[in-house]
Design a protein around this ligand. Structure first.
Ligand code: F6R
Length: 250
């Protein structure tokens, strides 16, 4: 079941998400427990990470008890490539908070044995106790992580082929669509459904149609995000533009 929360703008929306992440980290830390966060990249979560950095600097939020697992990484890009998701995470969050570097995990886009890398990633998530809260964005194809359609609940961390829509949507970051990799390593839809809480963020009118399909059309592999309807604790955090095509309040 997806619970939809509509905020007037993304700045207000990310404050509420950051506050609930901070509460989770603090409550678990007070009980001596680590918090395992699943993280996304792309333009959507940038203001969320800025708010978490602000909470660290101004409100004493510590990430010393936090372990992170990112959803995905482009195949062929190393951590020093300025479009790699490892690089993005360092710039947006990890370099600015007190997280232990070895507790941050992003799939290795340069792995020689991709199958072994994916199996090791799944094993590392399990060893950490599973993901407490997973942050997601959504692509216009309905992808979560880089699970392009068709993809369903049986999919696990693996290498995937990127949809041309996704490559074009990400071309501006690379300066040229030809430079956007054709493959990525991503957690599967099944890996995401295993997370104890899922929080999907979407802003702007460009996401309104796929948000409506994900929430209101029966789950199908043709819209991987629609499988989130089967999760017991999934929140969609939207601005008014991204919520504009929903037929009712959820
Ligand atoms: C990124 C990811 C993708 C993005 C999606 C939306 O780690 O997994 O699913 O969340 O492509 O991208 P933006 O936020 O740039 O619209």
């Amino acid at each position: 079941m997806i619970h939809v929360h509509v905020h007037p703008d993304k700045a207000t929306a990310v404050k509420s998400v950051a506050a609930s992440i901070a509460k989770l980290i603090r409550e678990r830390a007070a009980k001596g427990q680590r918090t395992v966060l699943g993280l996304a990249t792309g333009s959507t979560p940038i203001p969320l990470y800025a708010e978490l950095v602000r909470l660290h600097r101004e409100d004493g939020l510590s990430f010393r008890t936090v372990t992170t697992f990112n959803l995905d990484e482009y195949s062929g890009l190393g951590p020093d490539h300025d479009q790699s998701y490892r690089y993005f995470m360092q710039q947006q969050l990890f370099n600015h908070v007190d997280v232990t570097p070895s507790e941050t995990h992003v799939p290795n886009g340069l792995a020689k044995d991709v199958v072994a890398e994916c199996a090791a990633y799944e094993a590392a998530i399990k060893k950490a106790g599973g993901i407490d809260l997973q942050v997601l964005g959504i692509g216009r194809t309905g992808h979560i992580g880089f699970n392009e359609p068709p993809a369903g609940p049986s999919t696990r961390t693996r290498q995937v082929h990127l949809d041309e829509v996704t490559r074009r949507d990400n071309a501006s970051f690379f300066g040229d669509v030809a430079k956007v990799p054709h493959h990525a390593v991503t957690m599967g839809v099944g890996t995401i459904l295993d997370c104890r809480r899922v929080v999907l963020l979407a802003w702007g009118e460009g996401k309104a149609e796929i948000v409506q399909r994900s929430v209101e059309v029966a789950p199908a592999d043709s819209c991987p995000a629609s499988w989130l309807q089967q999760h017991t604790a999934c929140d969609f955090i939207l601005d008014t533009a991204a919520a504009a095509k929903l037929s009712k309040t959820h």
